[in-house]
Design a protein around this ligand. Structure first.
Ligand code: NAD
Length: 349
């Protein structure tokens, strides 16, 4: 006897890696980055509405595993994400993720999806959103230090959202830079591989650091950073894992996502608790000033916050409508008579 199929309403859409790639190509990578930037910005404008908590992190010698939940009162989301810098040497990703969206009214999930690609897209879109408010006007040159998994996404978001034309690249592993040059070859960006971080930052309007190392690293020192640049520091995102010399922070105006999380995980973990910071959402909502002068050094101390994932998950759910870029997943037990869970099990025997 074959077991009866659960009722249709209990199936939830699941977006596999393969389907996420189909969806991204269907929308267009740059279009998706622009649309995600706008989606995240719209949610930053209604920041007050969200349940906010620092992510729940489980640290080990090798890396971190984190859960990132939030809700706007109507929809709930969480992401599972890891960060293991040494994975790359074993042929594994440093960062992998998946996430879930649920209706607050019933608690039923409405989407389960891969989020390794989606995290790269949303992190790039968040960088572009911050740069839209903080980078020098008419920024054309981006320096990317750390040319790993996030790099191309970061470059393309800055191109699509800000009009970046030149990308100067540096990685301690020249093969990573070669890979990035190859991947971005047909995008129309002028690509300049460099042999040192010092050479890479020459002429940059925006410097993005996206390296992975589980230590207090010094990717940029104070003397490398000239007046007027915007620094987008995304690789320092864990206790004991930073990228910038603290003297840079003493000269910069620093913008963060959620202070209780960034104080522990961001570049500002190196500073005293009274080090002044501005919450990025306040700039986006017009309640605080972003860039205020041409010579100001602005720093987006990015660690990644749950609301960015929420925006990305809701965006994907909308984009799935009318497509077949998902599978129906049977993960919610939903008997016809809600009290007869055991009967459903019996009938399947
Ligand atoms: P990855 O391991 O694929 O790439 C990291 C690259 O950095 C490698 O190519 C490595 O050779 C290079 N690198 C390491 N030390 C360097 C140094 N001193 N100088 C120059 N290059 C150096 O990692 P990824 O997936 O690209 O992630 C990059 C970083 O961004 C990680 O630290 C990750 O945790 C972080 N991250 C942050 C967010 C966020 O929201 N802020 C989101 C995703 C990833």
């Amino acid at each position: 006897m074959t077991a009866p199929l659960p009722s249709e309403k209990a199936f939830i859409p699941f977006v596999s890696v393969e389907n996420m790639m189909r969806l991204v190509h269907h929308v267009g990578i740059e279009t998706m980055l622009v649309e995600l930037t706008d989606a995240i910005e719209a949610d930053f404008r209604r920041w007050d509405l969200f349940d906010k908590t620092p992510r729940v992190a489980s640290h080990s010698h090798d890396g971190v595993i984190e859960l990132m939940p939030t809700s706007d009162g109507a929809v709930y989301s969480f992401k599972y994400v890891n960060g293991h810098p040494k994975n790359m040497a074993q042929g594994l990703q440093t960062v992998t993720a998946f996430g879930l969206l649920a209706e607050v009214s019933t608690g039923y999930p409405v989407l389960l999806t891969e989020m390794t690609l989606l995290t790269a897209l949303r992190t790039a879109a968040t960088s572009a959103m911050a740069a839209r408010h903080l980078a020098p006007a008419n920024s054309r040159c981006l320096t990317l230090i750390g040319n790993g998994a996030q790099a191309e996404f970061q470059a393309l978001a800055m191109k699509a959202v800000l009009g970046i034309q030149e990308v100067r690249l540096y990685d301690i592993d020249p093969k990573a830079t070669e890979k990035t040059v190859r991947n971005l070859g047909k995008t129309g960006l002028r690509l300049v591989p460099c042999t040192s971080a010092q050479a890479a930052i020459e002429g940059a309007d925006i410097i993005t650091t996206c390296t992975a190392d589980k230590q207090f690293a010094t990717i940029l020192t104070d003397n490398m950073v000239g007046a007027g640049v915007h620094i987008n520091a995304i690789g320092g995102d864990c206790p004991g894992k930073t990228e910038l010399h603290r003297d840079i922070l003493l000269r910069a105006d620093t913008f963060v996502e959620y202070p209780p999380q960034t104080r522990v995980e961001g570049e500002i973990q190196q500073m005293n608790p009274d080090y002044p910071i501005t919450e990025l959402w306040q700039v986006v909502a017009g309640r605080a000033q972003g860039r205020s002068s041409e010579r100001q050094i602005t720093l987006f101390d990015s660690v990644g916050f749950a609301i960015e994932d929420f925006s990305a998950l809701r965006y994907v759910r909308e984009k799935l409508k009318g497509t077949d870029y998902f599978q129906k997943l049977d993960i919610i037990a939903d008997p016809d008579d809600p009290r007869d869970l055991f009967g459903m099990l019996l009938r399947a025997g």
